[in-house]
Structures are given as C-alpha cells and as structure tokens.
Ligand binder design. Structure first.
Ligand code: SF4
Length: 320
C-alpha cells in the first residue's frame, strides 16, 4: 500500500484521575517511607503498572494476613470491605487508602440507604474487587445483579424498601436497561440522584464509539483483567468494527494491517500512555503512518492525595 496508514488516537483515553492518584500514592509512599510497601490487590488492573511497581519495591498481596506487622500498607483503587479495613486496624498496620473517591462515594451511598432501612441492590460484575468492597460496606450485604435475568429472578425482603447502587466502571448505557427493569419490577426502588458512573468510564466509552465509526480496526490497550478495557473492545465490536484488546506492542500481529487504511487506538483507564505510544511506534515499523487525534471531550478531573503522602499528616497505625 502506498498511502500511509491513518492512526487515529481516541481522546480521552488511558489513565483516569483515580488511577493516577493510586499510582502516585504508591510512588510517594516508596519515596517517603522506603521499600517494601505492601499493596493489597493489584493497585490498578494493569500488568505493566504492577510489574513496574514490583521492580521498585512494592509487594502485592491478596490478603491483609500476608502483610508483616508494622509494614506500610496501601489499599488499591478498587476499594475494600469494612472487614478488611478492620483486620488492618486490629493489626495496627499503618495504612494509606488509595480507594478512588468515586468508589468511596458509592460506599457512602450504600451505607446511607442501609441506615434508612433499605435493602441494597448492586449492579456490577461478580468477583470484581470493587463489588466485593461495596458489598462488604453494608452489614446485610447486597443483592448483586449483573443482567436482566438477574433482575427477573431477584427475591427481595420488602419491595417498598429497596435501593440500588452501581459499580463505577459500568457506563450509563451498561446500566440503563437494568435500572429500567428494576424500576419496572419494584416501582418504589430508589437510586442515587446522580448515577454512580464514573466520568472517565463514560468518556472513554463515548470516545471509542466515535472512534469505531471512523476506522477499520480498533486496538484497545489494556490488560485482560481490566473490566473497563474489555468493555471498550466490546463496544467497538458492537459498532461493527474488528477490535482487539492488547497489553502492549507485543500483542500486535503484522497481518492486521495488511489491507486496511485506518486503525483507531484507545486505552483502558489503567493503561499508561507510553504503552499507547509504543504501539504507535511499532505500527510505524510495519508501514508508513500518519497519526491524528479524535477528541470527544476535555478532561481535567484531579483528586486530592491523602495527607499521609503529602507530608500534611504523619503515617500512623490505624488503631485509634
Ligand atoms: S475508572 Fe473511575 S472509578 Fe475507577 S479509578 Fe478511575 S476515576 Fe475512579
């Protein structure tokens, strides 16, 4: 092919404010307190980020029991249950909480509804750490619904005393049919005034939909365990475009580019920009390229860092 391959980069793409903040918390903890820093669960769902932090002295664990006494402990961006928070408190572990403020907001909403005597329905994916965290924030646990069939089967204690909250990394479109079905079955159900959907999830989904209309192939940079990255790939496919989820340039196949004139690239909220640039560079080694951006919205959300990593408050054990 003589014409250069058009590479269209979705904007916004990649890191969201919650992921930026979580990674900065761990980096600052390493600088301020020294290695090792223990992180419960992958700080964000990205292989490269996790590998990079491991190389700098972070030890990732699945459970608080695996953390030695007195070791600096960070909770991941996905949030944690009260039980896990309490187990760290009982051990007097010095904790820095990297839970995304948007996830914390959902925890608070669920707790507020529970205080009002309502049973909580959580719209989310089974096994996702955010779902486990939110579920573990209400004493009675939650009724998890993942799809319309779950709504049809839902058995509740009192249909007049119901509330729903949602996993942040589902888009408005992902949840709207489920919410409509819940309202139709349980007219008295209440939910948050502003949806729990995170701005970054919605923006990346809108951007990939737009992107998919302008290109012949979509590449999503992200890890296979990243729920929002998988969803970006699915959305592009739903538009009718071939789409692949790859971790980095190593996932590229030269034959993908044999007979196309354009490729769109985006990245999940936990995928660093240099992996995107690595993919752009690698495609350029296969064929001449011309790169452009397709901007749908400008993002400028930033979240405050916790005082334990800004020098505003010394890090203490969690016991009070
Ligand atoms: S995707 Fe949204 S909810 Fe999740 S960490 Fe990023 S900003 Fe927070």
């Amino acid at each position: 092919m003589n014409n250069p391959l058009r590479i269209v980069l979705a904007e916004p793409r990649g890191f969201c404010a919650g992921v930026d903040r979580a990674i900065e918390i761990v980096e600052r903890a390493l600088t301020l307190y020294g290695a090792p820093v223990y992180v419960r669960h992958e700080i964000v769902h990205n292989k490269w980020v996790v590998g990079d932090l491991k190389a700098k002295g972070v030890i990732f664990v699945n459970e608080v029991d695996e953390i030695p006494d007195g070791a600096i402990t960070v909770f991941s961006a996905h949030g944690i249950s009260e039980k896990i928070e309490n187990s760290a408190r009982l051990r007097d572990l010095p904790v820095i909480d990297a839970t995304c403020p948007l996830v914390t907001k959902v925890h608070r909403e669920a707790q507020r509804y529970e205080k009002e005597g309502k049973q909580i329905v959580l719209i989310g994916h089974e096994g996702h750490p955010e779902v486990e965290g939110t579920s573990g924030r209400v004493k009675q646990g939650v009724l998890l619904v993942q799809n319309l069939e779950d709504v049809a089967k839902l058995a509740v204690e009192n249909p007049e005393q119901l509330a729903y909250v949602t996993q942040t990394t589902l888009s408005v479109d992902d949840t709207k049919d489920i919410i409509a079905a819940l309202k139709s079955r349980f007219p008295a159900i209440v939910g948050p005034e502003l949806r729990d959907i995170c701005y970054a999830t919605q923006n990346r989904q809108n951007a990939v939909r737009d992107l998919a209309k302008h290109v012949e192939l979509v590449l999503v940079i992200g890890s296979t365990n990243s729920s929002n990255s998988n969803r970006l790939r699915d959305l592009a496919q739903e538009i009718g475009v071939t789409a692949y989820l790859i971790d980095n340039a190593d996932g590229l196949r030269p034959e993908w580019f044999d007979s196309i004139a354009s490729v769109g690239i985006t990245a999940g909220a936990s995928a660093p920009e240099h992996l995107v640039q690595g993919v752009v560079h690698a495609i350029g080694l296969l064929r001449p390229t011309r790169t452009e951006q397709l901007q749908t919205v400008t993002e400028n959300t930033r979240f405050k860092l916790p005082p334990e990593v800004t020098g505003d408050r010394p890090l203490r054990a969690t016991a009070t």
